[in-house]
Design a protein around this ligand. Structure first.
Ligand code: ADP
Ligand code: MG
Length: 565
């Protein structure tokens, strides 16, 4: 057996430890949420592995979490009979940070305690949060399937190092033992622990057990008995009928699964029946997470099969552009041992994905099209947070392109924000048959573009597009309700019927009169300009540069150049 070994934490772990213990002190009770959630994850993992290897259950298939304390020793233990850890796993999982988002997350922290604490909350702080209240944590664990003498004890004061040794551990699973700091003894109370559990962990679908207390008349105080009782509801909220769940419960559940401190903007809960049977409970957050732009980020939707947790990051359940949606999908059709590969090909998953996408879109439509000012404001807020991600959908989700196009909002020469394509079309001038847009690096640049002069003069609205994703979106969105989208920075703008006969005649005369100059310019600029022509788009400026119809816009060319292409 291994004798006691000392290891150093990875440098990042030290940083995280420092951050977590310092910035979360004001909300220290969350350590219990994190440790209970790890215990519950460990049980989920065992249940999942045992689908193929039932012997892993040994003789104890009833998965559960127990929370117990010893007031004299000042220890608090979170015990599970889940998958457990081998010595290698304990070293890897409790000594390094493997999660890909962590580095990115750390870069976001700026030392402002209040803001950082919120970010950390959003990120989920995990195992190390135990050190907020403990000056030593001992973890005793045995991986399911390993013999009793291959247990491991991991122990650390949460500074620079941890110790590892082999122990006998007959019971499968993990004990996380917190040696509470002297000033944290408030957590040695059944009442206090119960109330934290019900606040954060009610929805955990395993029983969480604590020792029962009774009133001892002689000592005239509560005493802890040896009898265990379940202290959480352990009922999956989404499996209850809609009419039985209150708004407050939906909001609480959102907080539990999202780590978001703000209430969600909207949610939808449905049992879908038919060819594919599933329950969906989906939330739209009010605020974008710090890693919204990471397209590889794990999805926010958890997959369950008949109330058994299957996986957390089921990105196949929703298209990438809806990666900000949080919630739960519980399928009645998928096999319990479904793998990631299987998910990719499953027809049931395809049905779930299409159905859920439609739900989200109709939720957004009902906010956007609502008569209530409140809903409209909500949609405006939504668009501000997530609009640029929704634009990805235009090029990725052709099936819903039309619906997505209706949800788009723009700035224009007529209004600073909130202009929909339908608004635009309703304001089109007599004889106008295309939707004019201009793309630029910034809104200010778009607004001051000389290419807009003629449109301003004629009072024709132009949509101003200044986001990185806009150019890409335009390459996929060619028309709306039969009206072409046309960039005013491309080719010779054809004002068509918007020009009267008089103007047309004048334009032709001008072109004729300037022919000699144009020829001279063409020769002079031969190596730099493809063409030189008299334009009708300028009012005050003498000249402007445009790209040829069908070519990359100047803006896109600049973007590509910036990214080194
Ligand atoms: P996360 O839960 O987000 O992965 P944590 O910091 O909470 O991050 O936990 C780190 C890792 O430690 C887990 O992914 C898991 O592998 C391991 N771990 C923590 N607690 C337990 C436990 N009770 N049983 C088994 N493994 C655990
Ligand atoms: Mg965790």
């Amino acid at each position: 057996p291994m004798s006691k070994q000392t290891h150093s934490f990875q440098a990042e772990v030290k940083q995280i430890l420092h951050l977590v213990t310092h910035s979360l002190y004001s909300n220290k009770e969350i350590f219990l949420r994190e440790l209970v959630s790890n215990a519950s994850d460990a049980c989920d993992k065992l249940r999942y592995e045992a689908l193929d290897h039932p012997q892993l259950f040994e003789d104890n298939p009833n998965l559960e979490v127990r929370v117990l304390f010893d007031a004299e020793a000042k220890t608090l233990t979170i015990r599970d009979n889940g998958i457990g850890m081998s010595a290698e796993e304990a070293t890897a999982h409790l000594g390094t940070i493997a999660k890909s988002g962590t580095r990115e997350f750390m870069a976001k922290l700026d030392g402002d305690q209040k803001k950082d604490a919120q970010l950390i909350g959003q990120f989920g702080v995990g195992f190390y949060s135990g050190f907020i209240v403990a000056d030593r944590i001992t973890v005793e664990s045995r991986r399911a399937g390993l013999p009793a003498d291959q247990g491991v004890r991991w122990s650390s004061e949460g500074t620079g190092e941890f110790e590892l040794e082999t122990i006998d551990k007959p019971l499968r699973g993990t004990d996380v033992i917190l040696h509470l700091r002297d000033e944290e003894t408030e957590f040695l109370s059944t009442w206090r622990l119960k109330s934290i559990i019900s606040k954060y962990s009610d929805h955990i679908s395993l029983p969480i057990l604590m020792k029962k207390e009774t009133w001892d008349a002689e000592a005239s105080k509560q005493i802890v008995t040896d009898e265990w009782e379940t202290v959480n509801k352990a009922a999956a909220l989404w499996s209850r009928s809609k009419s039985e769940v209150t708004d407050a419960e939906y909001q609480d559940f959102y907080k539990q699964i999202s780590y978001d401190s703000e209430p969600p903007l909207a949610y939808t809960h449905n049992r879908v029946e038919g060819r594919s049977e599933y329950t969906q409970l989906l939330y739209i957050p009010a605020k974008a997470p710090f890693d919204l732009w990471n397209r590889d980020k794990r999805g926010g939707v958890k997959l369950y099969v008949k109330r058994v947790f299957i996986m957390d990051d089921a990105e196949t359940l929703l298209p990438v552009y809806l990666r900000f949606v949080k919630g739960v999908i519980d399928s009645a059709d998928l096999p319990l041992n479904v793998s990631r590969e299987l998910l990719q090909e499953s027809r049931d998953v395809k049905a779930i994905r299409e159905g859920s996408t439609k739900r989200i879109l109709s939720m957004l439509e009902s906010l956007a099209d609502s008569d209530s000012a409140d809903d409209k404001a909500k949609y405006q807020k939504f668009w501000g947070e997530f609009g640029n991600v929704m634009k990805e959908g235009i090029g990725e989700d052709f099936q819903n392109q039309e619906r997505l196009a209706k949800l788009l909002r723009f700035s224009s020469t007529h209004a600073d924000e909130g202009v929909s394509l339908a608004d635009y079309v309703s304001r089109m001038k007599e004889g106008q048959d295309v939707i004019y847009v201009i793309t630029a690096d910034s809104l200010a640049a778009a607004k001051s573009s000389p290419q807009l002069e003629i449109f301003r003069k004629k009072g024709i609205e132009v949509l101003l597009l200044a986001e990185r994703v806009d150019e890409w979106m335009l390459s996929h969105l060619h028309e709306f309700e039969g009206k072409q989208l046309q960039s005013v920075a491309k080719g010779s703008v054809d004002l068509g019927k918007l020009q009267d006969e008089e103007e047309k005649k004048k334009a032709e005369e001008t072109a004729e009169a300037f022919k000699p100059l144009v020829e001279k310019l063409k020769t002079a600029l031969a190596s730099r300009a493809k063409d030189v022509r008299v334009s009708n788009r300028l009012v005050d400026s003498p000249a402007c540069v445009v790209v040829e119809e069908g070519d990359m816009s100047g803006h896109l060319a600049r973007l590509l150049k910036q990214s080194g292409q």
